[in-house]
Structure formats: C-alpha cells, structure tokens
Design a binder for this molecule. Structure first.
Ligand code: PEP
Ligand code: MN
Length: 346
C-alpha cells in the first residue's frame, strides 16, 4: 500500500503517519514529490487496517499498488497522471522529461582527449544537450578495448569545461560509484548490469541522476523493478532508457531490435522519463534517423546517440563505429525531432 499525503501536510502529521505504519511492524520509504509526498509501506501487509490511515490528518489517499514496484509506479504519483505526464529531472539546467526532447550524444568510448573534445564541440554545435562517452566499457569480448578508466573521466571533465555540456558516463561496479560520481553529471547503468542489484543500491545511495538502460533480455516489469531498487535507496532521479532487446530480423545489422511497444507501455506504468537509444538498438548508422523519429513518436523523452568525428574511418575507432553517426547527421536529427515533437503536440 502507499499513502499519499496532502500537499499542505505538516511534518507533525507526516510523523504521525510514519509512527502508525511502524506500529504495525511495517517499514516505510518516503518519496518527496513536487506536489504530494508519497510513503510506501514495506513488509507483510496482510490483516492490517492500513486503509484506516486515511482517517489521519494530512492524508489524501491510501491505496494498494499491486505491482512489484511501487515508488516508481505512476499510481504512486497522481500529480503526474494528467496526460501521462512525466517527472522532470534537472541535469545542470537540462530538463529531462520536459516538453523538449533532450539529445545526449557522444562517442561510444572515450578514446583520447583529441577525439572527445572534437566530438564534444561538434555535438554542441549540432544542438545536443549532454555529452555521453564510456570510460569504463562493458565489452562482449575481453580482447576488445575496455576503456581508459579514470583517465577517460578526466577527459570528459575537460570536455565539460570547454563546452558546458553535462556528462553521462557508465559505472560498471559498486566500488567505482564514488569515483564516477565525482566526474559524471549522470551515472549510466548499462544493459548488462540492469539487474546488478548491489550496483543499483550503490547508485541509489548517491545523489547524481541515474540513466538506467533496459537489459537486452529483460521485461518491462523487471526494468521497473530495477529502477525501484535505486528509488528505495533514496535516489528518485532515474532516467530510463530503451536500447533494444535480443532478437534479429536482419542478419548482421539488426542487433537489438527496438522494443517500441515495451517503451510505450513502460510510460503507462511509471512516471519516470524514458529515453531511446537508436544506436545500440539498431547497430546500423543508416537506421539511426528513422529509429530516432520512431522513438519520439512512441513517446520517448529524448535520445542517446553515438557519434564519430566527421570523415572518421572505421579502422581508427575502437568501439561501435558501425552504429555511430557524424555530427552533421546529428544536426539533421535534432532539427527533425524537434519539429516532429511540435507536430505531435499540436
Ligand atoms: C553504451 O551505451 O555505451 C552501452 C554499452 O550500451 P548498452 O549498455 O545499452 O549496451
Ligand atoms: Mn556503444
């Protein structure tokens, strides 16, 4: 069950609600919202008169959330339900989940200072809102480039200083959360780590926003449960990201077909903003434009796209060249996506 407090509930009224919950032997989690604070009850709720909490001063509503996730569910945040609204997460002034689709762009991996700066300036010029780039890379083959580690984080820091773009970068293990959080503005949890529960708890315990990718073989429910682990640990600044699921329709190109229906449905069940990744979900630079437009049409709040330098050759890129576009193409996508969104909203 969750308790939704009235907008003007006092601290004293909130304390009374909490005391009553704990007197039933239950634990609780508090989720402050812009309008209403929500308190989720945790534990065996059977046989307890929880509905009677509604009679306490300061309580707006008490209701059952039957889903295995509560804090991130849409039901628990009634203030966002009008028109399937989404929580807006402010990343250094960039509003994720607001009326404008946000564009995160950058190399798959940070490979050098020169490469990262060149791309950072070019994507800024193309209209991107944030810079992505992996310093710690989850690679399928152990023989592939594994990332520059902390040196990569320092390069991203320099790129932020020069361009003002906030940084999104992946953290792969709990022991690295502190160091990545020192440099990053958004901590990315990659598809392979979506159910690494220790890591989810660790990013939940720090305050930087988290970009949680959907695992390539995970259901929407599993994805939202993963987000719940982060929220339960105190961090509700969670940005979801659909990046395609296992399957193949075109051999050699269609790596992780985008699950647009899954993303659309996820939006019905959570109030968190959701981005779409056309790079990892197509594996093919020629599909980035149509996939981006489709993602926005299906309700994505923005895109995360991989970029290479103009004229770059495959042999000089260590990671995901085939699915990376050049800055000029990004510029075209930013323009098209913004006009598409205006048409959709009109
Ligand atoms: C990435 O964004 O660099 C990445 C590795 O993506 P995913 O976790 O979706 O495979
Ligand atoms: Mn990549």
């Amino acid at each position: 069950m969750v308790v939704v407090l009235k907008k003007d509930a006092t601290e004293e009224q909130k304390k009374k609600v909490i005391d009553t919950i704990t007197s039933y032997g239950l634990e609780y989690k508090i989720m402050p919202g812009i309008e209403n604070t929500v308190i989720a009850m945790i534990g065996d709720e059977r046989g307890k008169p929880l509905k009677s909490l509604e009679t306490l001063a300061g309580v707006e509503e008490v209701f059952l959330v039957e889903k295995p996730y509560k804090l991130v569910s849409r039901e628990a945040h009634p203030e966002y339900n009008k028109n399937e609204g989404t929580m807006v997460i402010d990343v250094c002034g960039v509003k994720v989940g607001g009326p404008k689709p946000i564009i995160i762009a950058g190399p798959c991996a940070v490979e050098s200072l020169e490469q990262t700066l060149k791309i950072a300036h070019a994507i800024k010029e193309a209209g991107a809102d944030m810079l992505r780039g992996g310093a710690y890379k989850p690679r399928t083959s152990p023989y592939d480039f594994q990332g520059l580690g902390e040196e990569g984080l320092k390069i991203l820091d320099e790129a932020r200083k020069q361009t003002g773009l906030p940084i999104v970068t992946e953290v792969m293990e709990s022991s690295k959360v502190d160091i990545v959080a020192q440099y990053a503005d958004v901590l990315q949890i990659g598809a392979r780590n979506m159910q690494n529960f220790n890591l989810l708890e660790a990013v939940g315990k720090q305050s930087k926003p988290v970009l949680l990718k959907r695992g390539g073989a995970n259901t929407v429910t599993e994805w939202l449960c993963a987000a719940e682990y982060i929220a339960m640990n105190g961090n509700n600044n969670i940005i979801l990201c659909e990046r395609g699921v296992k399957g193949s329709s075109v051999q050699g190109s269609d790596r992780n077909p985008p699950d647009f229906g899954g993303m659309y449905n996820a939006k019905k069940h959570t109030y968190l903003p959701i981005l779409f990744d056309p790079s990892h979900s197509t594996g093919d630079r020629d599909m980035i434009l149509p996939a981006s437009l489709s993602g926005i049409a299906y309700g994505a709040n923005g895109l995360i796209i991989e970029i290479v330098r103009a004229g770059e050759e495959a042999c000089n890129v260590k990671c995901d060249y085939k699915q990376s576009i050049e800055p000029d193409k990004l510029k075209q996508i930013v323009r098209l996506v913004n006009s598409e969104k205006q048409l959709l909203d009109s």
